[in-house]
Design a protein around this ligand. Structure first.
Ligand SMILES: [Zn+2]
Length: 91
């Protein structure tokens, strides 16, 4: 039995080229294995980008965007980060 993949539109043998899925019609995915893989790789790329925001300021989640905007502003205007800016103020 063959199925035409929804994504690449190729007709492929169902049992060999499609993952099983209880939710899908006929008990197999509508996407072939190759397309599933490609899809997950793409998804992985998008999801697992390091998030500097969370790494750098985990405790400042709510006020972060303000801080970030200021930081960006300083970076653009003076080429320094907010830490450096604060340090300069302290000196
Ligand atoms: Zn496909």
């Amino acid at each position: 039995m063959n199925r035409i993949c929804r994504t690449c539109k190729e007709e492929k043998a169902l049992q060999e080229n499609y993952y099983k899925s209880k939710k899908s019609p006929g008990g197999y995915h509508t996407k072939c294995k190759a397309c599933c893989k490609a899809y997950h790789q793409e998804y992985h790329k998008q999801t697992y980008k390091p998030n500097p925001r969370k790494l750098k300021y985990p405790y400042l989640e709510s006020s972060y965007s303000k801080e970030y905007a200021r930081n960006n502003h300083l970076l653009i205007k003076y080429g320094i980060t907010i830490e450096e800016y604060k340090k300069r103020l302290d000196d």
